[in-house]
Design a protein around this ligand. Structure first.
Ligand SMILES: [Mn+2]
Length: 361
C-alpha cells in the first residue's frame, strides 16, 4: 500500500507540505483542484502546478480526491452529456500529469453528513459525530447552516457554497429520482467515462455514501457489499473500482469491513482505501475515534491484514481525525490525529509484514 495524506492545496489548507513530509512513512498526497467549478475541465497547467508543489516537498501526487460529479449527471438531466465530456478531458489531463487514481462520490445533494463537528470525547478531544435522531428533526437548510458554523472558517470538502446555493431546488429535482433511477444515472456516467479512464490508465474509485443510508429521504446507493458488487458490474472494467472507507461503510454494523476490503482488493476493484475507526453508540449514532481506540467498533488490524493478504498496492490514507492538542483546523482534517492514524496503520502493516516474512521472530 501507498501511505497517503489528504491535502487541500496551499490556499485552503493551513498544513504545510513540509509537515506532511515529516510523518514517518508518508509517501503520497491526495489532493484536487479547488478553484474550478464542479463540472468544468481541470486545466493541465493547474494540475501540473499542484503536482510540482507536492513533488518539491518530496512526496508524490498519484491520487485525486475528488473530481466531483455534477448534480445534473446524478439527476440524469440532458445537460449531463456536456459534463461527462468535460469529466473525460479532466481524466486525460490528470493521466498526463501522472495521476493514477481518481476518487469521486455519487451522493445526491449532500456529501458526508454529520450533526456535530466537534463532539467532545471522554479524553477531551473532539470529533465528528452523527445522530440520526437529530437529522430526523432538522430542515436540510439548518444542517447546511450548522455545518458552515462549525467549520472553523474553512470551506468543508463536499460542502462548497456553489454546490449548496440551490439546495431547495435540488430537493425538488430529486423528487423523481429513486434508488433504481440513481443506479441508472450512475451507469450512464460510468459508460461515458470508463472507456476514457481505461484508455489513459486512470482507475476510477467511487467512495461509499457517508453515512451509508438515506439522509433526508434522498436516495443513496453506495451503501453495502451487494450494491458495491452491482456498481463494479455496471460497467465491467478494471478501471471501474472502489474507494472503500471503513468509517463510512462501517457505520452500518451489517457491513463487515475486513471482509469487504479483502474481497474487493482480491478481485482487483479496490483502488483506494480510507481506514479510520468509529464508535457506534446505538444504531444511527456514531462518532469518529482514534485509530487505536480500545473502545471502538471497527477492527483496524483485521482491515489492514485483509489488505495485506490481498497484496493491496494502492493508495491508503487515514481518514478524518479528531482535534487534539489544541489544534484549530478544518474539522476532521487536522494534522496531529491524522498523522497519528497514519503511523498507527504503518505500524500494523509493518508488524503484519514482519510476521508474514519471518514468523516466530
Ligand atoms: Mn472516506
Amino acid at each position: 500500500m501507498l501511505m497517503s495524506f489528504r491535502w487541500y492545496g496551499s490556499k485552503l489548507d493551513k498544513i504545510p507540505l513540509s509537515y506532511i513530509r515529516q510523518i514517518p512513512g508518508m509517501k503520497n498526497v491526495v489532493s484536487a483542484i479547488y478553484h474550478i467549478p464542479v463540472g468544468e475541465v481541470w486545466p493541465y497547467e493547474d494540475i501540473l502546478a499542484i503536482k510540482s508543489q507536492i513533488e518539491a516537498a518530496g512526496l508524490t501526487f498519484k491520487t485525486v480526491e475528488s473530481v466531483n460529479v455534477h448534480e445534473d449527471i446524478k439527476l440524469g438531466l440532458p445537460s449531463r452529456d456536456r459534463y461527462i465530456e468535460n469529466y473525460c478531458i479532466t481524466l486525460k489531463n490528470l493521466a498526463k500529469a501522472g495521476v493514477e487514481v481518481v476518487c469521486y462520490n455519487f451522493m445526491p445533494v449532500f456529501d458526508w453528513t454529520r450533526t456535530e463537528l466537534a463532539k467532545e470525547l471522554p479524553d477531551g478531544s473532539t470529533a465528528l459525530f452523527y445522530n440520526e435522531k437529530v437529522i430526523k428533526g432538522l430542515e436540510p437548510a439548518k444542517l447546511v447552516a450548522d455545518m458552515e458554523k462549525g467549520a472553523n472558517g474553512f470551506e468543508l470538502p463536499g460542502w462548497e457554497k456553489d454546490r449548496l446555493a440551490t439546495i431547495k431546488k435540488s430537493f425538488e429535482l430529486y423528487q423523481d429520482v429513486d434508488e433504481e433511477k440513481l443506479f441508472a444515472n450512475l451507469k450512464y456516467f460510468l459508460a461515458g467515462v470508463i472507456p476514457t479512464a481505461e484508455e489513459c490508465g486512470i482507475k476510477m474509485a467511487i467512495h461509499p455514501d457517508d453515512p451509508p443510508w438515506s439522509v433526508f429521504g434522498l436516495p443513496r446507493i453506495v451503501t453495502s457489499k451487494v450494491n458495491l458488487e452491482r456498481i463494479v458490474k455496471l460497467v465491467d472494467s478494471p478501471a471501474n473500482g472502489l474507494a472503500l472507507c471503513s468509517g463510512s461503510l462501517g457505520a452500518n454494523p451489517a457491513n463487515n469491513m475486513p471482509e469487504i476490503f479483502g474481497h474487493f482488493a482480491r478481485t482487483g476493484r479496490l483502488h483506494f482505501a480510507h481506514v479510520r475507526n468509529i464508535k457506534i453508540y446505538e444504531p444511527g449514532v456514531f462518532s469518529e475515534v482514534a485509530h487505536k481506540a480500545d473502545d471502538s467498533s471497527l477492527d483496524m488490524y483485521a482491515i489492514m491484514k485483509a489488505l495485506y493478504d490481498a497484496d493491496f498496492t494502492g493508495p491508503l490514507r487515514p481518514d478524518h481525525g479528531r482535534m487534539i492538542w489544541g489544534e484549530e483546523g478544518m474539522p476532521g482534517y487536522g494534522l496531529y490525529d491524522r498523522a497519528l492514524g497514519a503511523v498507527y496503520l504503518n505500524g500494523l502493516w509493518d508488524a503484519i509484514d514482519r510476521c508474514a516474512k519471518a514468523p516466530g521472530i
